[in-house]
Write a protein that binds this ligand. Structure first.
Ligand SMILES: *[C@@H]1O[C@H](CO)[C@@H](O)[C@H](O)[C@H]1NC(C)=O
Ligand SMILES: *[C@@H]1O[C@H](CO)[C@@H](O)[C@H](O)[C@H]1NC(C)=O
Ligand SMILES: *[C@@H]1O[C@H](CO)[C@@H](O)[C@H](O)[C@H]1NC(C)=O
Ligand SMILES: *[C@@H]1O[C@H](CO)[C@@H](O)[C@H](O)[C@H]1NC(C)=O
Ligand SMILES: *[C@@H]1O[C@H](CO)[C@@H](O)[C@H](O)[C@H]1NC(C)=O
Ligand SMILES: *[C@@H]1O[C@H](CO)[C@@H](O)[C@H](O)[C@H]1NC(C)=O
Ligand SMILES: *[C@@H]1O[C@H](CO)[C@@H](O)[C@H](O)[C@H]1NC(C)=O
Ligand SMILES: *[C@@H]1O[C@H](CO)[C@@H](O)[C@H](O)[C@H]1NC(C)=O
Length: 481
């Protein structure tokens, strides 16, 4: 075999060139940067983009599951013992949450919309029918007693009425009633004195097929980091329930969408109207959902920590200076004065005291933490679970014999798990994007590899020429001369 010397040198030069090009491509991150800037341009809320369609009508099925705590020892609680509860659930609803009344603002940088949620009961994914009975604290009664505890005349009247009609601190209602509302006898009577009151009560009363107010979102046209970020809610750019400006801020998205190109050291802010506050999540680990890579983001302990651990949370102590401890949020101010306290299910990450105060609390990280798995390139949510417990602050109120000798306790009523898992069609699309990403990102390495192979061939050819002992090399001069 004859190899022309000039071919050898071309080969050598080519190998060197490929190595240089390959390595500089790797170092400059040209291909990933190109891909990212393309995604940043594409992921915008604009009529016609895929991101907009997904935002308006999320294709992934969302399920809302409710777990109730059935009280087993009401008589003992009234004489001062710890409540004992059994968890009952899930009661599962399919949740539909399209964006409606979508109106782009003049130059396309912002978009207004409302986000009504509709819940359809899924009997086959529930532990029982909506007619299951749950014994829990009588929230309308507790609310009225708290409200009038300093008004001796009203307190006497209410207390007498409760005694006459047999209304107790604890009550039994069906799951459907507790969630979606029932006419409450006590509220109905109180309404005669205060027409502002509603005579229905339910934890999700009037929340089916209705929205939580008008949002104004940024579209991400000017800055990809602003994709789906909330600008104003009900016309206001901050809240007024809390006692510091920092706590009143409306930060981030609504938690259902996130901007593309997410890095591990990012802090993802979101505003939750259920919680009446903004919160944030940070990266914890890598995950794979339906073969798509994702980052898991979880709200850290500090988000709900007490003001000693996280001084920024001082503003959530209401009334000012009245802090309840880690893991609890007094949302009375945004629940028409009902003594509602929010926490994680089973008081996960709350002070141990609250767990000890109620028999039957078993906090568990996997079951009770809130987590969001996001595809880092596109910002698409692969899987998410928002978990929240609704508790009632129960205490002995001197003017009301109904509260007996009850000990002060944050009484768990129900917790919810609102979860979503990417649908198969969207997952397929994302898998393709991911394959493309891998191919594109590996081109520089392919170039380097080729350069190395060519370099090796070049060296072999050079060596063969210099070492005449090899049989082939011996024959070569004969042929060429
Ligand atoms: C989007 O475009 C379609 C067709 O061009 C139109 O019917 C629709 O109203 C537009 N939607 C919005 C929110 O502007
Ligand atoms: C878009 O309009 C808003 C007000 O409607 C204005 O504040 C903003 O500067 C405008 N942006 C551009 C890029 O024109
Ligand atoms: C919610 O509203 C929808 C439609 O208005 C209805 O079909 C559904 O049964 C309601 N769900 C509940 C739990 O009441
Ligand atoms: C439950 O029933 C609905 C229809 O009512 C069906 O679409 C769904 O697949 C069922 N789910 C399970 C887990 O069986
Ligand atoms: C909850 O407790 C009450 C009172 O003991 C009982 O009647 C009811 O059946 C329980 N609910 C469920 C769903 O087991
Ligand atoms: C909102 O974000 C700012 C930083 O941009 C932060 O200082 C503040 O604590 C956040 N507020 C809430 C309630 O998360
Ligand atoms: C919760 O906040 C309300 C309204 O500010 C207040 O009246 C109530 O005392 C607070 N509850 C507790 C347990 O601190
Ligand atoms: C805040 O939490 C920390 C740790 O959980 C605890 O040591 C501290 O006593 C708490 N402070 C208050 C005021 O509750």
């Amino acid at each position: 075999m004859l190899v022309k010397p000039c071919f050898k040198y071309v080969l050598g030069a080519l190998a060197l060139l490929m190595l240089i090009v390959g390595i500089s491509l790797v170092l400059s991150k040209a291909f990933p940067n190109f891909l990212q800037s393309k995604v940043k341009k594409d992921v915008v809320l604009r009529n016609g983009t895929e991101a907009f369609e997904v935002w308006v009508d999320p294709p992934a099925p969302i399920y809302m599951q409710f777990y109730f705590f059935n009280l087993t020892n009401p008589a003992e609680v009234l004489i001062g013992e710890r409540p004992a509860v059994t968890e009952i659930g899930p009661y599962t609803y399919r949740e539909y949450r399209p964006m409606e009344q979508v109106v782009f603002q003049e130059n396309g940088t912002r978009v207004a919309s409302v986000n009504p949620k509709t819940y359809i009961f899924q009997r086959n994914m529930s532990q029982g029918p909506e007619s299951d009975l749950i014994r829990t604290v009588n929230i309308p009664a507790m609310t009225l007693m708290e409200r009038f505890k300093d008004n001796a005349v009203a307190a006497n009247l209410i207390s007498a009425y409760m005694r006459a009609t047999g209304i107790d601190l604890f009550t039994t209602h069906t799951v459907g009633e507790l969630l979606w509302g029932y006419e409450d006898d006590l509220l109905k009577t109180a309404k005669k004195f205060d027409p502002e009151l509603d005579d229905f009560f339910g934890l999700f009363y009037k929340m089916n097929a209705s929205n939580d107010g008008e949002y104004m979102f940024f579209t991400g046209q000017q800055n990809y980091k602003d994709f789906a970020r909330v600008d104003t809610w009900n016309g206001k750019s901050s809240l007024d329930w809390w006692t510091s400006d920092e706590c009143n801020m409306i930060n981030g998205t609504n938690g259902a969408s996130f901007h593309p190109v997410i890095s591990k050291n990012e802090v993802l802010y979101m505003f939750s109207s259920d919680l009446c506050r903004s919160l944030y999540a940070v990266y914890t680990n890598d995950v794979t959902v339906k073969e798509i890579p994702g980052y898991r983001f979880v709200p850290p302990f500090e988000v709900f920590a007490n003001s000693t651990v996280n001084p920024a949370n001082t503003g959530f102590c209401v009334p000012s200076g009245n802090c309840l401890g880690s893991g609890l949020l007094n949302v009375s101010v945004c629940r028409q004065g009902a003594p509602i306290i929010m926490s994680s299910p089973h008081f996960y990450q709350a002070d141990e005291k609250f767990v000890q105060d109620v028999f039957g609390m078993r906090p568990n990280k996997d079951k009770h933490q809130t987590a969001i798995d996001i595809n880092p390139l596109t910002g698409i949510v692969l899987q998410a679970a928002k978990r929240l417990q609704i508790n009632v602050y129960v205490e002995k109120i001197p003017g009301f014999s109904q509260t007996g000798n009850v000990r002060t306790v944050v009484f768990p009523v129900m917790y919810l798990n609102e979860s979503v898992l990417i649908d198969d069609a969207s997952a397929k699309k994302l898998q393709r994007v991911n394959v493309q990403k891998n191919v594109v990102e590996n081109i520089p390495f392919l170039v380097i590899g080729l350069g190395i192979v060519l370099g090796v061939i070049f060296m072999l050819l050079m060596c063969r020429q210099k070492v005449p002992e090899s049989t082939e090399a011996e024959r070569q001069p004969l042929i060429s001369s």
